[in-house]
Design a protein around this ligand. Structure first.
Ligand code: HEM
Length: 453
């Protein structure tokens, strides 16, 4: 990747205001109606676009250099704001919700659980689960690909977190509760009044029950692990063993609980949504699909993919990288300015919000030629080196960069290869797919017909 720093040192930034700002409401109506379309329309106005959501000053950096400036300076641009406060009752104080100073300590403690040697161990679980999934289908069957991938990543994440002996029970609870919690968290996050979550509606009651059930499950597991006191080779064992190299401190039971909840919420839906988009894109692009099939046939023969195959599954990995460009599950994340500062020539006040939208950035024609075109080969090393730093940020960047990026990529590559080596997924006539900007950027239900290859 090349840096734009030299090119932009003397640059005149184009700072603009989003069109259509209304008194009091600002751009809230456009954001509420169709946030993906509205935000995607803004880069043509400037490198940095100011919008108002209600009275709140919010900035959208549309130039990779400005994205880098925000993501690499967590002291000035911290995670925060009302979204984070609303997430706290659900996630507790884990990696996503912790404040900057505590986050540093937490990250040091959790990072070893994502060491490459650990990922190789989790890859056994991934291998077993994707192989089992690919073995369940009948020729001609119609499956909801979104449902299948959500269930698959839930099983994989649960088994990677908790050893095999307790996993089946945990998987059932997680599969039942997680979608309810994600839906409730989203309803709460987008409600500007904060009142809807307090009403005794059936949906809110279901959300509360699901949350309590998940908390109970995780408490029970942590207690069980403390009593057994042995390394089961899973993520929770790694969290229990973690010791801060600076202070020698370990994570408390409550901290482990909060990290587990965070990992479940951050890791399952994201990877599943991306995988679903990958199958949709492959079905729309027969040439890419044929190349994927050729690669898996050559690398795997009639075996199921394993961790050691990853370096050879290069096209499969490019398919996933390109899928994350077009449909990044974390299509938007935010920062809040902690102190008066300057960004791209604009003066920012403490409390101003910044929106980073990979979806918007990844479709700017100056950053990616023919941005709407699904072209996995744009990630060939020779071409990828021309992508500017800050232009491709599906996992974020800086100190808050996704801790599960390699986990997610490994899981998705193995799943794509395992399914593509046996099956072709065909769209049903008349199915229209439009991105749904919920917690993750989702396809919604995606029925496809399964054909043997
Ligand atoms: C394709 C799959 C995934 C995508 C696109 C994704 C995306 C992201 C992004 C963009 C962030 C940073 C948000 C910000 O800067 O505010 C993030 C953070 C995080 N992700 Fe992922 N993620 C994925 C998979 C996973 C998996 C599999 C796990 C765990 C098993 C995970 C756990 C986390 C955690 C704990 C954080 C917070 C990190 C921190 O603040 O230190 N993610 N993810």
């Amino acid at each position: 990747m090349k840096t734009l720093r030299d090119k932009t040192a003397t640059r005149e930034w184009r700072v603009a205001r989003a069109p259509g700002m209304l008194p009091l409401l600002g751009n809230a109506l456009s954001m509420g109606r169709d946030p993906v379309r509205f935000l995607s329309s803004l880069p043509r106005h400037g490198d940095l676009v100011e919008l108002r959501i209600g009275g709140k000053r919010t900035f959208l950096p549309c130039h990779p250099e400005l994205v880098q400036q925000v993501l690499l300076n967590a002291r000035v641009f911290d995670t925060g704001g009302p979204m984070k406060e609303k997430a706290r009752p659900i996630l507790g104080n884990g990696l996503i919700t912790s404040d900057r100073t505590d986050h540093k300590r937490q990250r040091r403690l959790v990072q070893p659980a994502f060491h490459p040697a650990r990922i190789a161990t989790y890859a056994h679980v991934m291998h077993e689960e994707v192989q089992a999934q690919a073995g369940t289908w009948q020729a001609g069957q119609v499956v909801d690909v979104n449902e299948v991938t959500q269930a698959l990543t839930a099983r994989i994440t649960a088994r990677a977190l908790f050893a095999l002996d307790i996993a089946p029970h945990a998987v059932a609870v997680i599969q039942h509760c997680l979608p309810v919690i994600v839906r409730g968290a989203y309803r709460n996050a987008v409600d500007p009044t904060g009142l809807l979550a307090k009403l005794p509606t059936p949906a809110n009651r279901e959300f509360k029950r699901a949350l309590e059930q998940m908390h109970r499950l995780i408490d029970g597991i942590v207690e069980d692990y403390r009593t057994a006191d042995r390394d089961r080779g899973d993520l929770v064992s790694a969290l229990l063993a973690a010791e801060d190299p600076e202070s020698g401190e370990k994570l408390s039971d409550q901290e482990i609980h909060d990290q587990v909840m965070t990992l479940l919420l951050a890791g399952i839906e994201t990877t599943a949504s991306a995988l679903t988009w990958a199958f949709h894109l492959l079905a729309q692009n027969p040439e890419a699909e044929a190349r994927l099939h050729a690669e898996v046939d050559e690398v795997l023969g009639d075996r199921s993919p394993e961790y050691k195959d990853l370096p050879d599954l290069r096209y499969t990995q490019r398919v996933f990288t390109e899928t994350l460009r077009l449909y990044p599950p974390a299509w938007l994340y935010t920062r809040t300015t902690t102190t008066a500062t300057e960004l791209g020539g604009a003066r920012l006040q403490p409390g101003d919000d910044i929106i980073i939208s990979p979806y918007v950035l990844h479709r700017i024609p100056e950053l990616f030629a023919r941005p709407e075109h699904f072209d996995p080969d744009r990630w060939l090393p020779d071409r990828a080196k021309d992508v500017a730093r800050g232009a491709y940020v599906p996992f974020g960047a800086g100190s808050r960069k996704c801790i599960g990026d390699v986990f997610g990529i490994t899981e998705a590559t193995l799943a794509l290869a395992a399914i593509a080596s046996r099956w072709r997924l065909r769209p049903l006539p008349g199915t229209r797919v439009t991105p749904r900007p919920h917690m993750s950027l989702s396809t919604g239900p995606l029925p496809m017909r399964v054909e043997p290859r």
